[in-house]
Write a protein that binds this ligand. Structure first.
Ligand code: DP6
Length: 328
């Protein structure tokens, strides 16, 4: 009987090359801008959901921690699944990341994508990938992208009900061998999460409107670069989008400074490497980690370059990952 309400899924983390920052609607979590990302093969979340008629509240156990009452964000997410399936039971969520949680390595992306897939299957629903993307978005904007592998484009959408704010795959992982090497600087939880940071930027950063207005052109250029398999163009756009987003973050009140000393040192090191002829481009999210986009042949050069930066504690080399999928 219990098995009937149980399912597990794995979803892979993704890193945006054209960034998402800002919401056009908070309640449905609709992004103010579209985005373009690379799903990663080696960083993932495994999530098991078991709906249980005997439970009076949702429970969650993250990694090896004991189960506790699920925070509102997770319960509200499960409510969406309960509404769609008509099944009212509370659930146990058990989730494990094979990388540090909430430290700018996109754990909410893989976490909510895996939860969307596991919870809907446990509730007896068979959603299409697009429907799953729309559902995952309501947990975390970047999670909408982790439903798919390879290069993924997230639509901002225009509709108020959010039905056109979903991600879609634009280049499967085996169609263009892209690599990403991550320099880990600090794995402690970040001080200001993305949701609060975005709220602050929209309310106070003087460039917020320009950020939103200029993003459509970046996204279209990114899409064209992917279509043409133009690595240089995609890399240049990625670095630009990252720096533009961090410019906006810095101009937010209170200023959002996600970089640490080694992050900045690594940015310069990657630019110096590029000046010597190795094509590598950095991107950074709401945390101090640096992520470097490069081609397979440059794996060693990029890893050596990051390793030489004081304060980079760990290097993780990864390439393009697959779609989210059920686990047995
Ligand atoms: C900087 O998807 O974590 O990583 O929708 O509020 O959960 P919420 O935000 P989240 O934001 C990601 C921001 C980013 C850029 C990106 O991934 O596009």
């Amino acid at each position: 009987m219990a098995d009937q309400f149980t399912a597990s899924a794995r979803a892979y983390s993704n890193i945006a090359l054209i960034k998402y920052w800002g919401k056009r609607d908070e309640s449905l979590n609709l992004p103010a801008v579209g985005s373009l990302s690379l799903t990663l093969s080696d960083l993932y979340s495994d999530t098991r959901v078991r709906f249980d008629p005997d439970l009076t509240e949702d429970l969650i156990a993250l990694d090896d921690e004991a189960a506790t009452a699920a925070p509102g964000k997770f319960s509200r997410f499960l409510d969406l699944v309960r509404q769609q399936s008509g099944m009212a039971h509370r659930a146990h969520i058990h989730s494990h990341n094979n990388f540090p949680t909430a430290a700018g390595l996109a754990s909410s992306a893989s976490g909510f994508a895996a939860l969307a897939l596991a919870a809907t299957r446990a509730a007896g629903l068979e959603l299409s990938p697009r429907e799953l993307s729309i559902l995952a978005r309501q947990g975390s904007g970047s999670a909408a992208r982790s439903i798919f592998g390879g290069l993924v484009l997230m639509h901002r959408g225009e509709r108020e009900d959010g039905q056109d704010a979903y991600a879609e795959p634009i280049c499967p992982s085996n169609a263009w061998p892209l690599h990403m090497t991550i320099g880990v600087v600090d794995t402690r939880r970040k001080r200001t999460g993305s949701t609060q940071g975005m709220r602050d930027s929209a309310a106070s950063a003087p460039f917020y409107t320009s950020w939103v207005e200029s993003s459509a052109a970046d996204l279209e250029a990114g899409r064209q670069a992917v279509k043409a398999r133009d690595f240089t163009r995609l890399g240049e756009l990625a670095e630009h989008s990252c720096l533009k987003m961090h410019g906006l973050m810095l101009a937010t009140r209170p200023g959002l400074i996600y970089w640490q000393g080694p992050t900045v040192a690594a940015m310069h090191a990657i630019r110096a490497l590029r000046a010597q002829g190795t094509e590598a481009y950095f991107t950074i999210d709401a945390g101090p980690q640096i992520k470097v986009l490069h081609q397979p042949a440059d794996q060693q050069a990029v890893a050596d370059c990051l390793r030489a930066v004081d304060g980079i504690r760990e290097i993780r080399a990864t390439d393009a990952g697959p779609d989210a999928h059920p686990l047995p």
